[in-house]
Design a protein around this ligand. Structure first.
Ligand code: NAD
Ligand code: FES
Length: 278
């Protein structure tokens, strides 16, 4: 059992849970994730370890509450418990060399995933610029946290905070200015695809973190298969980070939509039950 020690809302649909998990906090590395199961009947949810304290024993999970299981998870209060957390899973981020310049891009909830990458790059002596985006001001989070690791450029779709426009607009300026060795981009699939298309003509290596459907997280079920450079890979053991210029984003998009009707049904049933219990 894993005790929740803090629950903070970061944006209209994103929460931060800090959970005691001392063994994971000791060994996790940037880019790795855990599989969380709230109770014995819950769905298994893959979540990046967004931060951790090896000395205090907690890990941070950033959760977008969009379906039944994620909504149940963000309802947990400090002092309550998560039944299972398995991990760390997946391959750690391949970090750029000290002295390189890296642009870390977070679109919406992807900002939580890019946070540990920026943190590890900074610790290694890489010059980090973070570019984070949200629909409008309330959707932007982790600006202060990322400022610990270097310059932060904030973008909002409607211009209500930071600069107006998508994160791709701000990254284009960084690429035009020159000196960028690598881009790490995490967010919605259209954003990661747009980022890979943007950086390709500049010849800048671009790492994306993929979020296909996962079940076991250990390479057994095949649920998380993605196509990268015409090869089938399993995001849970071969990734979740891949070369964005090699990823087949159409295939990823199609597979992510496969269970949408079932997900919608489960959410509607959950919301109906909540209303009946009021
Ligand atoms: P969102 O739709 O609010 O977009 C966030 C930001 O991404 C925007 O403000 C913009 O700057 C950028 N963006 C979006 N579309 C773009 C495009 N076409 N071109 C360039 N930039 C674009 O994002 P959200 O609601 O926070 O994210 C939701 C999606 O992210 C979900 O579909 C979820 O599955 C996915 N997700 C991905 C990961 C991952 O590891 N890659 C993790 C969690 C969630
Ligand atoms: Fe089952 Fe990756 S989640 S193989």
């Amino acid at each position: 059992m894993f005790k929740v020690i803090a629950n903070t809302q970061l944006s209209p649909n994103v929460w931060r849970l800090d959970v005691m998990a001392p063994r994971i906090a000791q060994v996790r590395r940037a880019g790795q994730f855990v599989i969380v199961c709230r109770d014995e009947n819950s769905e298994r949810i893959p979540l990046t370890v967004a931060d951790a304290s090896p000395s205090e024993g907690w890990i941070t999970l950033v959760i977008q509450a969009i379906g039944k299981s994620t909504r149940q998870l963000v309802e947990l209060k400090p002092g309550e418990f998560i039944r299972d957390i398995s991990g760390p899973l997946g391959r750690p981020t391949e970090l750029a060399e000290a002295g390189a310049k890296a642009v870390c891009v977070g679109g919406g909830v992807g900002t939580g995933v890019v946070h540990p990458i920026a943190q590890a790059l900074h610790a290694k002596g890489v010059n980090v610029v973070s570019v984070i985006g949200g629909r409008s001001k309330p959707w932007v989070f982790f600006e202060a946290e990322l400022k610990r690791y270097g310059q932060v450029v904030v973008c909002t779709d409607d211009g209500s905070y930071g600069r107006k426009g998508f994160v791709t607009d701000a990254v284009k300026e960084q690429l035009e200015a020159g000196g960028v060795n690598v881009v790490y981009a995490v967010g919605p699939v259209p954003m990661m695809r747009a980022m890979a298309n943007l950086t390709k003509p500049y010849g800048v290596h671009t790492v994306v973190s993929l979020n296909p459907i996962m079940v076991d997280g250990t390479g057994m079920c095949g649920g998380c298969r993605v196509t990268v450079g015409d090869q089938v890979k399993f995001a849970c053991v071969d990734g979740p980070e891949f070369d964005g210029h090699q990823v087949d984003f159409d295939n990823l998009w199609d597979r992510l939509g496969m269970y949408k009707p079932e997900e919608k049904n489960a959410l509607e049933l959950f919301q109906h039950k909540c209303q009946c219990n009021q």
